[in-house]
Design a protein around this ligand. Sequence first.
Ligand SMILES: Cc1cc2nc3c(=O)[nH]c(=O)nc-3n(C[C@H](O)[C@H](O)[C@H](O)COP(=O)(O)OP(=O)(O)OC[C@H]3O[C@@H](n4cnc5c(N)ncnc54)[C@H](O)[C@@H]3O)c2cc1C
Length: 449
Amino acid sequence: MSSAQESLRRDFRGDIIEPGDAGYEDVGRSRLAAGSPAYVLRPRTVEDVQAAVRFAVESGLTLSVRGGGHSFAGFGTNDGGIVIDLSPLAGVEVVDPGRHVVRIGGGAHWGDVAEALTPHGLAISSGDTRSVGVGGLTLSGGIGWKVRKHGLALDNVVAAELVLADGSFVTASADEHPDLFWAIRGGGGNFGVVTAFHFVAHPTTDVFFGKVVFPQSEAVEVLQGWAEYLRTAPEELTSIANLANPFAGGPEAPVEIHVAFDGDDAAAAARAIDPVRRLGTVVADDVALMAYADVLVEGGSPPPGIEVLAHDGFVDREAVPEVLQILAQVGTSPGAPSIAIRTVGGAVARVPSDATAYAHRQADLMVATVTGGPVAVVDAAREGVDAIWGKLAPHLSGAYANFLTTADETDVTDVYPKSTYERLASVKRRYDADNLFARNHNVRPGQMS
Ligand SMILES: Cc1cc2nc3c(=O)[nH]c(=O)nc-3n(C[C@H](O)[C@H](O)[C@H](O)COP(=O)(O)OP(=O)(O)OC[C@H]3O[C@@H](n4cnc5c(N)ncnc54)[C@H](O)[C@@H]3O)c2cc1C
């Protein structure tokens, strides 16, 4: 046994799961990626995380840090390396009821958070799925059902507790390590293991939520009118348009406009949602009042052998008509990927672009496509999907790290504009000069070439 292994077995009190151990098959893989790590380490304490980080440094093995394990790029696992699986660190605690400050473990899932906060009448704008991790979603953004009113998930973070590459444990906030605090709000998992986040939650009521459905033949008019309206709609309204929903006919599917109105005032909700209803011929409308926690859906785990290919990009105002035109056309073509168009703007756009490492503040929309299926099916679809993104590329302004399957140089450049990247690289040099935390859209400690 090497001295690194001896130290791990002496200092680490959580579970160490290795190939051949019971449960290894389940914990070795992440939600969307197969993996065969040499060690899955499940820490119970900050000291365990410190021991795991020291082991990663001493062993020189590849390190994956797993929050909820939903990364499309499969960052939450690897082959032959170490996974620090934070799932035991999943507590949700209201630590300052007066200011609504909530401390959330770095391995918590958004469903746990919504449920724990409901009895307090509080919520945090997160994503749309219960099983998605607080860690990955927050560190790169967090575009959820209350995003226009309450901003990105990361806009609501006031502090984070981290174990750094040198094994030290620090708090990053506006007052402590402000450079690190800036970087972790948009810079992904590049800077350390976040063992807990401190968020300011907001009071919530039940919300109006559901979808208004239009015939596919009206896609262009509905989408153009929708994007135009959402630009000035009340910020209580957040919306996602779906085309080619594989569960509703794929390229034959109607246009689904999902709406979330952050409030329980029926008249105000109707005033906000009715202009959406007037965009075309409504063929279905199931908008209803429900608890915010019930808005979040369960996220299934695809069985082994199923591959998922995800792309995304931001759309600034002037490019919206052209992009929607392209999407309406490709969304009805054979082999179309599932298309989701998310409204952003509102509170997101009021934060200056350099206030956090998430720089895409002025985009009106974020577009993502997902293709899933057996490997052969996804491989066959790849060329068509690449062609769609080739058409969209000239009209996009950067990418959102959280819906990307790939993490090459182009993706990194799309995720971090040059000035953001350079600032991130200087923070990286200070806190992770040897690039221990590299399973992410990676910021290299050196200068951008
Ligand atoms: C079904 C589904 C629905 C989604 N819905 C939304 C949505 O509505 N809105 C949205 O914005 N995004 C959404 N996403 C994208 C989601 O934000 C990303 O997949 C995100 O990376 C998931 O975070 P995770 O912690 O579950 O993933 P992981 O795979 O565990 O982590 C992703 C990255 O974050 C790092 N990381 C995670 N936790 C920590 C931590 N505590 N400390 C340091 N590094 C950490 C990891 O090292 C890795 O690099 C969705 C994804 C899926 C699969």
